[in-house]
Design a protein around this ligand. Structure first.
Ligand SMILES: N[C@@H](CCC(=O)N[C@@H](CS)C(=O)NCC(=O)O)C(=O)O
Length: 221
């Protein structure tokens, strides 16, 4: 299977799928695409996916696009790996919170775009002070994380697809220095220390390529 992703420093949707492959030791070949130098509307990766987005997965000649659909495809293709929790209701909850991430939190996504190499503490304070909607979204995320079975567990017990959906949020909270509870910080530490997440972060830190429009905050720090 070929997994098409974009630069690891910036591409949070690519990250979700990539760490899923790594965490569950699924076989894949990574194909790194590059964001164009200028921001364009309408999906820039049309040569690999008619929807123009990454991640996209090619299994022989069968294309699967969109993070949630890829996660479901992998869960069905490798049932023995248990990518979703085994228990029916826990699995349903994992699907609910993954879907909520997939379709929600527009302010956090827009205002605090992922940039793993960066340290945007100052700009983060400004963004936090000026955007009440961000407070509401972070409160909701903290509630989801607080509801994990135990402080030492992942979101639905063992590491699952749900954790891959929230891993880039942990990175954003760190990069922008967003204020969170001790319990939230414990989840952030746990997810950022997962071997698959660490592997992605290491690759991002070692990638020198810059995408100017994702570095917009750098000028203001
Ligand atoms: N709903 C899609 C979103 C994917 C997405 O927005 N990917 C970004 C990279 S993180 C992308 O391809 N951006 C390029 C563009 O929109 O032109 C998914 O879940 O996979």
């Amino acid at each position: 299977m070929k997994l098409f992703i974009a630069q690891k420093n910036y591409s949070s949707w690519s990250m979700r799928t990539w760490i899923l492959f790594k965490a569950f030791d699924l076989p894949f070949q990574e194909v790194l695409m590059h964001y164009p130098n200028e921001k364009k509307q309408g999906g820039v990766f049309k040569e690999i996916n008619p929807a123009g987005k990454v991640p996209a997965l090619l299994d022989d000649d069968f294309l699967i696009w969109d993070t949630l659909a890829i996660a479901e495809y992998l869960a069905e293709k490798f049932p023995e790996k248990k990518l979703w929790p085994i228990d029916f209701k826990t699995r349903t909850r994992a699907r609910c919170i993954s879907a909520e991430m997939h379709s929600g939190f527009p302010y956090l996504r827009e205002l605090c775009s992922m940039n793993i190499r960066a340290n945007f503490q100052n700009i983060g304070k400004k963004i936090w002070a000026e955007n009440i909607q961000l407070h509401e979204e972070l409160t909701r995320i903290e509630k989801i994380w607080l509801e994990r079975p135990d402080v030492n567990h992942f979101l639905c017990g063992d590491f699952s697809i749900a954790d891959t959906f929230y891993a880039p949020i942990a990175i954003r909270i760190k990069t922008y220095g967003l204020p969170v509870s001790e319990n939230t910080q414990q989840y952030i530490d746990k997810i950022l220390n997962h071997f698959a997440v660490k592997a992605w972060i290491d690759d991002a830190l070692n990638d020198p390529t810059l995408v100017d429009y994702y570095e917009i905050h750098t000028e203001n720090e």
